[in-house]
Write a protein that binds this ligand. Structure first.
Ligand code: UFG
Length: 334
């Protein structure tokens, strides 16, 4: 029997990274998490060893890559807030691009040849058509999307020049939580719709603002393609198998291909939780396209990816289990 692979998960203490670390642990992979804990949580790392530090710290990377052969690196450590990226682009270019280049330099120096990168639907900008396939024009409309798009270009060049093979996974709207309530979303500040709606349901938040009711959609609110975090983790697993088996680099869109409106998300959350969720109808949020829906046919065909939790009600149920855990942990003790 061959030895289990070793995977370095950069950002493995964060939302999607921690679900990945859990899945890799379940599949018998030797996991090393590298996370500076600036937004991640040490207690979310449920498998392998946690190295606290910076992904651009060359001495630390040299030590990690020298201490055992690393078969692949998965990179989840990005800044992700679109609005913040517009106000503070330097932070975004430095963290999401320059520090990623430092990580790639260290990989090259140590002969690590496989890289799985968290990209985003934000590389497409305003959709010219939906559902969005991989050939859709890539014209990001904010610095966050541009940082991800730039790294995609870098990776294509590094494959040609250095033989570093990579898979870029373009997530649409990551959501949900571990089905058993072990892990979930803990951003601070939280900006994503589903956790905000559920925080309103649990009483941790007074209500929720609905950004725009005048979009060209059936109920006037924006449509997004919500994809379960465990389905994203599974796609990374399949991408890892592809690279370890000698497969070519690739870029894949990840979504369910359906899409739900903001109003539908709120309705499902009300029905599932049985709680009132106070709404405030607010103006459009700048930069929000009306409809973002993935065509993930390529991931199905080439990776064999089949989402297990495509249904919004299941996704909300899992996220609600997690929210209830967070709400009871943060409740004042009597
Ligand atoms: N929304 C509200 N109220 C809120 C929060 C969100 O109405 O309080 C709406 C947004 O306007 C949007 C939808 O809910 O229509 C989803 O918003 P999120 O902030 O949850 O997610 P985004 O679609 O803005 O962001 C996602 C990813 C980003 C990526 C972006 C690409 O999280 O990483 O898609 O456009 F950049």
């Amino acid at each position: 029997m061959s030895a289990p692979p070793t995977v370095l998960v950069v950002g493995g203490a964060g939302y999607i990274g921690s679900h990945m670390v859990w899945l890799l642990g379940q599949r018998g992979v030797n996991v090393v998490t590298l996370d500076d804990l600036s937004s991640g949580h040490a207690d979310a790392v449920t498998s392998g060893r946690l190295e606290r530090g910076d992904m651009a710290d060359r001495a630390l990377l040299d030590r990690i890559f020298s201490s055992q052969p690393v078969d692949a690196v998965m990179h989840f450590a990005s800044f992700i807030q679109v609005g913040e990226s517009v106000e503070q682009p330097a932070r975004y270019y430095r963290n999401n691009v320059l520090r990623t280049l430092d990580l790639l330099d260290a990989m090259r120096a140590h002969g690590v040849k496989h890289f799985i990168f968290s990209s985003t639907a934000a590389v497409f900008g305003e959709p010219a058509y939906t559902p969005i396939d991989e050939r859709h024009p890539q014209q990001p409309i904010n610095p966050y999307g541009r940082t991800k798009w730039m790294v995609e270009q870098v990776l294509a060049d590094y494959d040609r020049a250095y033989g570093l093979r990579s898979v870029c996974l373009r997530y649409f709207n990551a959501a949900g939580a571990h089905p058993d309530g072990l892990l979930g979303e803990r951003h601070d500040p939280e900006t994503h719709l589903i956790p905000l709606v559920l925080q309103a349901a649990s009483g941790r938040r007074a209500g929720i603002k609905v950004f725009g009711q005048d979009y060209d959609t059936p109920d006037g609110t924006c449509i997004r393609d919500y994809i379960h975090v465990m389905d994203l983790a599974e796609a990374h697993w399949l991408a890892l198998q592809r690279l370890l088996q000698g497969g070519a680099s690739g870029v894949f869109n990840l979504g369910n291909g359906g899409g739900y409106s903001v109003q539908q998300v709120i309705d499902v959350a009300r029905a599932h939780t049985g709680r009132e969720i106070a709404l405030e109808y607010a103006p459009r949020r700048p930069g929000d396209p009306a409809r973002l829906v993935a065509d993930a046919t390529l991931a199905r065909q080439e990776l064999g990816w089949v989402p297990q939790y495509p249904d919004l009600a299941t996704l909300v149920a899992h996220a609600w289990r997690w929210e209830q855990r967070c709400a009871s942990a943060s409740a004042p003790r009597t």
